[in-house]
Structures are given as structure tokens and as C-alpha cells.
Design a protein around this ligand. Structure first.
Ligand SMILES: [Zn+2]
Length: 398
């Protein structure tokens, strides 16, 4: 994915938002139809039937007709793909699109290549029903079959092309690195390096708390609450940008320096899921504590450090050179003598082997174990069937 910052004029912004609204409306309708399925009522309409219904709806409603058919149809196709991904088990259930949160639409086909270079720093894309919108040429525009236009919560517009950049060639030194991902230190390498994903500074965190308190005192829907929300969104966007930047730099660096990169085979999606409700057997209708808040805090830490994203980007950049290792006991095992005991872990940060006395940073010790570990085979033996019309997908390594 290569992303460019877009600078639409105020009139264009209104037109783009209108398109986002249409795409969201169509998506949510499709989701509603799909979720109305019951055993006795038979099949819910598929893409072909929904596309036919869309044509009818466009004939009946002027406001829908005023929008681009490409955008609306593509929302249906995207939804269709989302359902296929859900049934294939690779993605979560499709969710409702919300105004202000999910603002975006996709253009596919010949229309996606209407790009004009204006000068060295700027280019323009011809968006259906909107016209030429300028974007910053921060890199070369890739050859792509489609693009997506989005507006983030901080009000910034982006243009993203689904193109796979060529993978980074291996250095050919035969060097293997193990990467241990943690919450306190974002990643520890078996070379002894500790790399931390930057988040918000202490001052920014203080300001975020202040703003959240202020928001709690605002009347809902008031213009003041909108202003405060926008300021909060800006801070979140800043943290997200820093995280993404860190992930890109770290993954490129690792792919350049090492032939084989071993990571823990952690299922982040499962780990970050909510905890199960525990019923109290003694009192009907009552619950036992399930440490939900504690897990939520950990979830935030995991997501904030972009664990899943780092491995995903590594697999793109060092295709076929990333190996997933079973993480069992990597944090309790001594990387020198192989003695495995829970007592080895003196504290969260310090590892001290009770057998040979080897002492190291706990995360680095785990990373060395990971570097030495055997790769577990990929969980999915046969890849899900892929339509030729589908956007290019990254090949994942074993
Ligand atoms: Zn030892």
C-alpha cells in the first residue's frame, strides 16, 4: 500500500464526503441484509442480486443517483469480499461503518489510472463526480488497478494505491535474528538491541487526559464537544503515525540486515480479544470477576506497539524469510545452557539462570531462544481461492 496525502478544496471535500456517505450507506445496507439471515428464511441476497437492487434503488432515489455508480457498486464488491474473508477464517466479521470514523471509498478499473502530474511536488487524481483533486507526490505513483480515498478522524485525506512494493533482497550473510515482542520494550533482538515504539510523550499524554476529562463535561452533540473530539482525534492520529513510521523503519532495517527473521507465532487477534464472562455458580444471574479491565490494559499495550503490524510488514518486505517459532517457554529457558524453569525469570526485565548463572535482559534472552527455535509450519495448508479481479494480496511466508 502506498499512501499519499490529498489536499481537496473545501468544495471538493464536501463532494468527497458525499461519496463516502454513499459507500457507507450501501455497505451498511448490505450488512443488514446479510445479518438478517435465519435458518428457515433461506439465502440472503449475494453480490449479483444486491447489484441489481442497487440499480433499482438508484432509479428510485435521486440523491443516490447523484452519486457515482462505481463507488456504490464497489462498496458492494468490497462487502462481498469481506464476507468471503470472514468465511475463509482470515478476517473478522464485517462491521458497521460509522460516520466520522469510517470515511472512505474505492475506485477500481480504468478510472483508477486517471492521474496527472502537475509538477515535481504535486499531482492530481480525477475522482468521479468530484473532479481533479491535488495530492502531494511524496514518492513515485505505482502501477495499480485501484485506489482508495479515506479521511481519518483528524480530518486528513489520503489516497492509497494497492500495490505491492518489490521485496527487499536478503543480504546473503546467512545471519539469523530472533525478535521478541513485548509490552514495555517494543521489540528485543537476539543481537541485544532493544527498540522502542514511540507513542505520545508524557506531555501529550497529559494533554490527552485533560481533553478526555473536558469531553466528559461537554454536552453531547454540542459544538464544544465536537471541537474537543477533534483535538483528541488529532492526538490519536499523531500516535498512530509515529507507530506506523516505527513499524516501517524497523521492518525495513531487519529485512536489510538479516537473511532469516524469526518471530514468535503469537495469535494477536486472539490475544487481544475480550475476556470471557464468568458466571457465578453460587448466585444465579451474578458474575465472577474475570480480570476484564486488566486484560483491556494489556490489549492497549499490545495494539499500541503494533505487534501484528510489524510481523505483517516483515512478511511483505522479507517475503519467504520470516519464520514463526512456537513461543512456548522462550521466556523461561536459558539461552546459554537450555535450563528451563520459571525461577529463571527474576523479574519482568531481568533473566538469571538458576543452573548456570547466565544473566541477561529477559527480552533479549527470549529473542536468542527465538533465533535458535525451530519454525512451526503455517497453519493454513491450502490458500483460500482468489478471484483474478481481486486487489493484489501479499504472499505470506511460512
Ligand atoms: Zn543457564
Amino acid at each position: 500500500m502506498s499512501r499519499f496525502r490529498m489536499y481537496p478544496t473545501p468544495a471538493q471535500q464536501a463532494a468527497l464526503l458525499e461519496q463516502c456517505r454513499h459507500a457507507r450507506y450501501v455497505w451498511n445496507l448490505a450488512l443488514e441484509q446479510w445479518s438478517m439471515w435465519t435458518r428457515d428464511r433461506g439465502l440472503t441476497p449475494g453480490y449479483v442480486e444486491q447489484a441489481r437492487q442497487l440499480t433499482e434503488a438508484r432509479a428510485a432515489f435521486g440523491w443516490l443517483r447523484a452519486g457515482s455508480q462505481t463507488v456504490q457498486q464497489q462498496a458492494l464488491r468490497d462487502f462481498d469480499q469481506a464476507i468471503k474473508n470472514f468465511y475463509a477464517g482470515t478476517h473478522r466479521r464485517p462491521t458497521w461503518r460509522k460516520a466520522g470514523l469510517h470515511e472512505g471509498f474505492r475506485i477500481v478499473g480504468p478510472q483508477a489510472s486517471r492521474i496527472v502530474k502537475l509538477n515535481r511536488g504535486w499531482a492530481a487524481v480525477n475522482v468521479p463526480k468530484v473532479g481533479r483533486v491535488r495530492f502531494r507526490l511524496s514518492r513515485a505513483v505505482p502501477e495499480a488497478k485501484s485506489y482508495r480515498i479515506t479521511r481519518d478522524r483528524a480530518g486528513r485525506w489520503h489516497l492509497a494505491f494497492a500495490a505491492i512494493p518489490p521485496p527487499i533482497p536478503a543480504p546473503g550473510t546467512g545471519e539469523v535474528v530472533g525478535v521478541d515482542r513485548g509490552v514495555i520494550v517494543s521489540a528485543a533482538l537476539s543481537t541485544g538491541e532493544l527498540v522502542t515504539c514511540p507513542g505520545l510523550s508524557a506531555r501529550e499524554q497529559e494533554r490527552l487526559k485533560q481533553l478526555q476529562r473536558r469531553l466528559a463535561r461537554c454536552r453531547r452533540g454540542s459544538s464544544r464537544s465536537h471541537r474537543v473530539k477533534a483535538a483528541i482525534a488529532k492526538l490519536h492520529a499523531r500516535a498512530g503515525d509515529r507507530r506506523k513510521d516505527w513499524v516501517e523503519k524497523t521492518s525495513t532495517d531487519l529485512a536489510r540486515r538479516f537473511d532469516v527473521i524469526r518471530v514468535e507465532d503469537l495469535r494477536v487477534a486472539q490475544m487481544t480479544r475480550r475476556t470471557k464472562v464468568k458466571f457465578d455458580p453460587g448466585r444465579p444471574g451474578a458474575y465472577l470477576p474475570n480480570r476484564r479491565r486488566a486484560k483491556a490494559g494489556l490489549n492497549r499495550g499490545i495494539l499500541a506497539n503494533g505487534w501484528g503490524l510489524l510481523v505483517q510488514r516483515l512478511e511483505h518486505k522479507a517475503a519467504g524469510r520470516v519464520e514463526k517459532v512456537n513461543p512456548a517457554y522462550t521466556s523461561q529457558t536459558c539461552s546459554v545452557c537450555g535450563h528451563c524453569a520459571p525461577d529463571n525469570r527474576e523479574s519482568q526485565a531481568v533473566f538469571r539462570c538458576v543452573a548456570c548463572g547466565h544473566e541477561a535482559n529477559a527480552d533479549v534472552n527470549a529473542a536468542v531462544n527465538i533465533a535458535a527455535g525451530r519454525a512451526v509450519s503455517a497453519r493454513r495448508a491450502t490458500p483460500p481461492r482468489v478471484s483474478p479481479k481481486r486487489e493484489p494480496q501479499h504472499a505470506t511466508s511460512a
